[in-house]
Design a protein around this ligand. Structure first.
Ligand code: ADP
Ligand code: MG
Ligand code: MG
Length: 913
């Protein structure tokens, strides 16, 4: 939904649409059409790296197929042409009986969707060509193994047969899933696999290579719409309309014996960001063996020992790719009898810590500048770094240490399958999904779980890749743990954990603990709190990198970053985190706790003296609160919002008062006079829909003296704080204004109080008075409101509720899940600003407000002020600042910097055009 669909490409030589590109014709600029994999293969070819020959069928062809139900008419002929070229290059025909060309048919969408869609290997093998292959290679075992792989993959992905039907036969034939089945048994397995296909589909496994190819291509198109692929796209905000490209590529073989093998590598460690090639290698195997985690691979350093020549070549190629893409790349490769082939590359996914470290390394290496480094990290990354970690000294209950596949700490109940994970998570339980290894079908369970633990597989296994992408803690390859399927239960030596038992996993170290381990703040929070010197000799690279990029963001950003803070403590924290003031100081907490009684007095006051007395009792308390906040924000603006919530929130509980009255009556006593009055007030103030009732500016019209009291408290506190030597910059904000008249009446009342306090104290006192814009009517009449306000602050929570007609507290559980599933929206409009609707109101209000009053300041103080995506929007529409919770201030600083850099890029691009 967020990603535009590319326009169809026309071949320059003809007017026909072009649906197939040879690898040699492609390149990364065609990524929309060729998908990430196809573009990467073409780009590697351009760089002179060894890529098996092949061609790519475009995403446009897929979109046509998905739209119409059949492939475009021209596609078959185009495939003929490109297949002929491929056969000529390879010097043999697809499935040629005596010496077959085999191909893989690989999905590859615009945005990487690891393992979510289908790939079929070894297309072209049949009963005859398998003999030809055996004779050519002089290895019948290898040929038969390839054939049984094809039948299995084809059966599963093209014909939709449950993989278990093959897997159980394979498991029965061999105890170990590696390459040691004798020829005779392999032959029997092939026959048995073919029988499975016959039984399931009523027809033979197709022997015609071209039919195999066409069916596989269609299956890849169809795999765009599998449930797991759809779920993944929804999670990642990838449009359902893009479709996938299909890559047809000559097979190379990593399963031809000990000098062959296959692997996955990253040009740096995607977990920590450490420099140097990082990855897994598996001798005598095909690609899917590594990725599935079904056999445990060696660390890539082992390849240096096994085949130093290929290793050096791989290292060399990794260097070429990193310099070319100027970023961390991940690579899939295969070695066929000592010859290295590059099968895939893309800019690699990485952990948040690695993102920060690698960005700064690349700056130091002169590959990118700091502006670009900023674009390589995100507020989401930074948020994750700020999550709590396990306390270090809790080693007692450690069960084992596996591979630290995706960082972060997770505590939850053990579940052993995806369905249980989803079910228990829906009832609000934190669960950890524990599997031998995960497959793409476990996606729903991974999404539902707070963490993932597998007993097999490494950092490049499916579970690890997916978990890292989602920022979920994951420990892989915890080999000492045994999953007893019959329990089900998890066995760790003498410890047995049943389903539902609590464990803690540390994806940063790989440690697995029994029970619930307490969490603590990560060191980055110490840095934000100013107790860890970013330039100190022992400071980690990570903190140095975060510090460096945040400083750069501060230099670049135009948007101010303020905080929402109500207490002196919050204000002080916000300031340490880099806030440039308070954009929202709520006053409601100043009426809670013991002060409730005073509010009740105010509400119940029948006479002027009673009311005056109640207000007089509140005044010193409020004043004291404000002095503390002003002191903490010395020199910076503090925006105080007048009381906003409905009054009944401050009164005693309706049921309690009623109960007291009935108890008194039952005992034959007269009920307390105060209780009677209170109940009457509660009745009077009761509202069917308090969100739209007596609150905000409206309170000022109904409770005389309330806003005057608050204003006096602000003014007197300002004078007192100033007397104590502080520079004070107070501002007062009127909530829930709908019309300029409300605002002007209120403003006059406040201005009179301020003037009065100034006169009493003999000081001059400037307090800016502005309004929240949180009702559509206010936004639409912002021209007139702006003319008499000093500032606007968009209250995007209420503005979203009122624009959508949604009550936040009610809808999020009620129907948002259904809306996400149907992709009405991918992100809650309460988390990420709805640009088209709420955003349009904001644009109107900014334009008309600032046109009416060029001195008007405009900011935002809703939750959206700390949301990365929304911050870019606020920068774009020209707000002066965002205000968010103190914890999100660093994120907002970073994103504001990123937005400025990106926008500068756009401006530069436009200028040169
Ligand atoms: P995914 O997108 O799930 O990674 P791929 O299309 O990359 O799927 O295929 C999975 C694996 O199959 C790859 O990692 C690669 O090792 C192997 N593979 C794909 N095509 C070929 C080929 N032509 N020759 C050898 N191995 C291949
Ligand atoms: Mg791949
Ligand atoms: Mg509000």
């Amino acid at each position: 939904m967020t990603t535009p669909v590319p326009t169809p490409q026309r071949d320059r030589s003809t007017t026909a649409l072009k649906f197939v590109y040879d690898f040699a014709e492609g390149g990364r600029e065609l990524v929309d059409l060729l998908g990430g994999k196809g573009a990467g293969l073409a780009e590697m070819g351009r760089l002179g790296l060894p890529v098996p020959p092949g061609f790519t069928i475009t995403t446009e062809a897929c979109r046509h197929y998905l739209r119409v139900g059949t492939a475009p008419a021209e596609l078959a002929a185009e495939i003929d042409v490109h297949l002929a070229v491929l056969e000529r290059t390879a010097g043999r025909g697809l499935g040629q009986p005596d010496d077959p060309l085999l191909v893989s048919v690989r999905s590859g969408a615009r945005f990487s969707m690891p393992g979510m869609m289908e790939t079929v290997l070894d297309i072209g093998l049949n009963d005859q060509s398998v003999q030809g292959l055996a004779a050519q290679v002089g290895n019948e075992r290898f040929a038969l193994d390839s054939y049984r792989r094809l039948i299995q993959m084809f059966g599963r992905t093209v014909l939709g047969i449950d993989n278990d039907r093959f897997a159980s036969l394979l498991a029965a034939a061999t105890k170990r899933p590696d390459a040691e089945l004798p020829v005779g048994e392999l032959r029997e397995l092939v026959a048995a696999f073919k029988q499975v296909i016959r039984a399931a589909t009523g027809r033979e496994f197709p022997q015609d290579p071209r039919e195999q190819l066409d069916m596989a291509i269609r299956a890849v198109f169809d795999s765009w719409h599998t449930e797991r692929a759809a779920l993944y796209r929804r999670r990642e905000g990838i449009s359902d309309d893009l479709g996938t490209a299909v890559n047809v590529m000559a097979m190379v073989f990593g399963n031809k014996g000990a000098e062959s093998g296959t692997g996955v590598a990253f040009t740096r460690d995607p977990g920590s960001g450490q420099r140097g090639l990082y990855g897994d290698y598996l001798p005598d195997a095909q690609g899917e063996d590594v990725v599935s985690g079904s056999r445990n691979a060696f660390p890539i350093s082992e390849l240096e020992r096994l085949d130093p020549v290929s290793y050096r070549q791989l290292l060399h190629n990794a260097g070429i790719l990193e310099r070319h893409y100027r970023d961390l790349c991940d690579i899939e490769f295969t070695i066929e009898r000592g010859k290295l082939w590059m099968l895939q590359t893309r800019v690699g996914k990485r952990t948040p810590a690695a993102a920060f470290r690698i960005a700064c390394q690349l700056v130091d290496e002169g590959v990118i500048d700091l502006d670009e480094a900023l674009s390589r990290v995100s507020g989401h990354d930074l948020t994750q770094l700020m999550f709590p970690q396990f306390s270090v000294d809790s080693d007692a209950a450690r069960l084992t240490t596996g591979i630290n596949a995706s960082p972060g700490a997770a505590v939850g109940a053990v579940v052993f399958d995806s369905a249980t994970a989803v079910r228990r998570a829906e009832s609000g339980e934190a669960v950890i999904l524990v599997r031998h290894e995960t497959t793409p079908d476990d996606l729903a369970g991974i999404v539902a779980a707070v963490g993932v633990l597998t007993t097999h597989g490494g950092k490049t296994a499916h579970a690890a890749v997916v978990a890292r992408g989602m920022g979920k803690p994951c420990v892989c390859g915890a080999e000492e743990l045994v999953i007893d399927e019959d329990g089900p239960r998890l066995i760790a030596g003498a410890t047995v954990i049943e389903e539902g038992g609590q464990i803690s996993i540390d994806g940063t170290s790989g440690a697995v603990f029994e029970g619930r381990i307490p969490l603590q703040q990560p060191p980055i929070v110490d840095y934000f709190n100013g107790v860890l010197d970013p330039d100190g000799p022992d400071t980690s690279d990570l903190i140095r990198a975060v510090h460096r990029l945040l400083q750069h963001a501060d230099e670049r950003r135009r948007l101010g970053v303020l905080a929402n803070a109500d207490t002196p403590e919050d204000a002080a924290r916000a300031r340490r985190y880099g806030a440039q003031g308070i954009g929202l100081c709520r006053t409601e907490h100043m009426f809670l706790g013991e002060r409730r009684a005073l509010v009740e007095r105010l509400v119940l006051a029948d006479t002027v003296p009673e009311r005056t007395a109640a207000l007089a009792a509140l005044l010193p308390l409020q004043r004291g609160d404000f002095i503390g906040v002003f002191e903490a924000m010395d020199g910076l603006p503090v925006t105080i919002r007048l009381l906003d919530p409905p009054l009944h929130e401050f009164l005693s509980d309706d049921a309690e008062v009623t109960a007291r009255i009935s108890a008194a009556k039952a005992a034959g006593l007269a009920p307390d006079d105060r209780d009677v009055k209170l109940l009457a007030a509660l009745d009077r103030l009761h509202e069917v829909n308090p969100m739209m009732g007596l609150r905000g500016v409206r309170l000022g019209f109904v409770v005389p003296g309330l806003f005057a009291l608050q204003t006096r408290a602000v003014a007197e506190a300002a004078i007192e704080a100033r007397r104590r030597g502080h520079v004070v910059r107070p501002e007062i904000m009127v909530p829930l204004v709908a019309t300029v008249t409300e605002f002007e009446i209120t403003r006059r009342e406040l201005a009179a109080v301020i003037a009065q306090v100034a006169k009493e104290s003999g000081a001059d006192l400037a307090i800016r008075i502005g309004t929240m814009i949180e009702l559509p009517r206010a936004a639409l009449t912002a021209g007139s409101i702006g003319a008499s306000a000093d500032f606007f602050s968009f209250g995007t929570n209420d503005l979203t509720q009122t624009t959508w007609g949604l009550s936040r507290d009610d809808v999020e559980g009620a129907f948002f899940p259904a809306y996400f599933k149907a992709r009405v929206f991918d992100a809650s409009p309460f988390e990420t600003i709805d640009r088209a609707g709420v955003g349009r109101l904001i644009r109107i209000a900014v334009d008309e407000g600032t046109r009416a009053n060029p001195l008007l300041t405009v900011g935002v103080c809703g939750e959206h002020g700390g949301d990365p995506d929304s911050i870019h929007f606020f920068d774009e529409v020209g707000l002066d600042y965002v205000s968010c919770s103190p914890f999100r201030v660093p994120v907002a600083r970073l994103e504001a910097g990123r937005s400025a850099v990106q926008r500068a890029g756009i401006v530069r691009a436009n200028e040169t055009r």
